[in-house]
Design a protein around this ligand. Sequence first.
Ligand SMILES: NC(=O)c1ccc[n+]([C@@H]2O[C@H](COP(=O)([O-])OP(=O)(O)OC[C@H]3O[C@@H](n4cnc5c(N)ncnc54)[C@H](OP(=O)(O)O)[C@@H]3O)[C@@H](O)[C@H]2O)c1
Length: 308
Amino acid sequence: MSTLPAAGQPLAIKRLLPPGAPASAQEIVEGFGLHHHSSPGFDALAPGALTRPRLLLNMVSTIDGRATIGGRSGPIGGPADRQLFHALRTVVDAVMVGAGTARAERYGRIVREEAARELRRARGLREEPLACIVSGRLALDADIPLLADPQAQVAILTASQASLSASEQPDGARIEAQVEYIRASSEGRLDLPSALSELRERFGIGTVLCEGGPHLNTQLLAAGLVDELFLSLSPKLAGGDASGETLRILAGMDLEPPGELELLGALEHDSHLFLRYGVRGERDGVRGARAGSTASPPLSEPPAAPPR
Ligand SMILES: NC(=O)c1ccc[n+]([C@@H]2O[C@H](COP(=O)([O-])OP(=O)(O)OC[C@H]3O[C@@H](n4cnc5c(N)ncnc54)[C@H](OP(=O)(O)O)[C@@H]3O)[C@@H](O)[C@H]2O)c1
């Protein structure tokens, strides 16, 4: 059994591809150069070519493909996975999740530690990434700590004209976050490409880190909106589908043709593998799937899930 390090103690993560000396999660992520795609230097890098932010997916899975254990992602990852997860948050302009993940994982503030905020400021980024929640029904309330926090800045991406309820819950909690809406609709469904373009135009977002969940991931891939996948492979075997609710990192519909990936990097710590893939294919091309249009098909309510 591995010994867990003290909280916050940077782990030495092995660099397999490209090879290099072991380094901390923060050093490795810094080396990705992702923050150079973020505002304010973004426009200089994209002379009219991009209409939307660069989008990175970050997911964790067991070796046998499970994206949840007991309805949550927390039991899958390990300490290095958590350090990489938080380090990635320090280099992007926005962190996006589906409403199912915000509810199940009870999302809170995106960057809590002052040292990480300071690091962001030093990189020329806003103190904290904009928290984006994709939702159809807007069934989001102050049970989600992010929404109860008056300091939090949140954007809701939706096709709906409704707004979050400001009424107090029985326990006295109410939505206190500063909430903006990106209402992008096509035939009554959320138009994800337009919503992402609006994120760039209205909020100056150059990079979005999408932390799931599986249903949202598939929508984004089907619409050709994903540039990279960070996949953390945990050395665990969780087994089959006794509950009938097993999720993999993608869910909801087939991708036709399947997405093609290119391995860009590999890291290892304590038998956990951390793989960085580029998504091959036409940028912003709709990848077919069964969506048929850039507007997303309706989604069923996901099963419920602590953040990694
Ligand atoms: N292993 C990992 O790395 C990882 C990462 C994230 C989450 N998870 C797990 O995955 C589970 C949640 O994932 P999930 O796939 O069930 O849910 P999800 O993708 O996070 O969220 C689905 C919800 O997001 C909204 N949504 C997504 N795409 C939409 C679209 N195109 N248009 C409008 N609304 C859209 C809808 O919200 P409304 O219901 O509000 O309409 C939908 O019900 C949890 O158990 C969580 O622990 C695992």
